[in-house]
Design a protein around this ligand. Sequence first.
Ligand code: TYD
Length: 223
Amino acid sequence: MADHTGLFVTFEGGEGAGKSTQIRRLADRLRRAGHDVLLTREPGGSPGAEAVRHVLLSGAAEAYGTRMEAILFAAARNDHVEEVIRPALKTGAIVLCDRFIDSSRVYQGATGNLDPDLIEALQRIAIDGVLPDCTIILDLPAEKGLERARRRGGDAAPDRFEREEVETHETRREAYLAIAENDPSRCRVIDAERSEDEIAEEIAAIIEPMAKISAATTVDAAR
Ligand code: TYD
């Protein structure tokens, strides 16, 4: 377990894997069971990070290169961690975050061709020890995810990262699977091709027992 009370769970995956729906369902379920839940997302989640989100997703930073983008993602993450995530974990809350460090490893590292050492150095500074207790990776073939994302977006223009080719999205899928293989105690890969209900049940079966342990630990720590 990481060095904090509370429970820190991140959700990862490619476009259209159903992260937002599943994270909302899990938050509702944990709240109904009486837990204090903070639902947040990256890039963003704090006022400073939301300002940087706009710069990144509009594509305004694209012209300056992947390195610049990676540093901006890390800057936003550091603000989010220090202003929102770490304080919430200190109170014993369950923090559910839509995307976190693995998105940088995958998007800026695997498909941005940045040196993994640079990515890891940025992550160390960005999170300063606040590592997820569990990371749910929603796994879906790239083609299917893009189809879903397009349908969901309707006539809205795709964002800077959605515009890329299927091949790029498939590379990301493989990069996520490699992260999970290298860190099996933190990561859980979920088959996202099944029904929304089945996926929600599988995620709840992983997180609910962790939430119970965390609640018990928080009570002990407060004594
Ligand atoms: P968003 O609109 O939040 O969509 P979703 O999470 O549903 O895909 O878009 C966030 C985009 O930012 C997404 O395409 C992935 C990208 N991203 C990175 O490239 N690196 C990062 O570190 C993070 C957090 C996100």
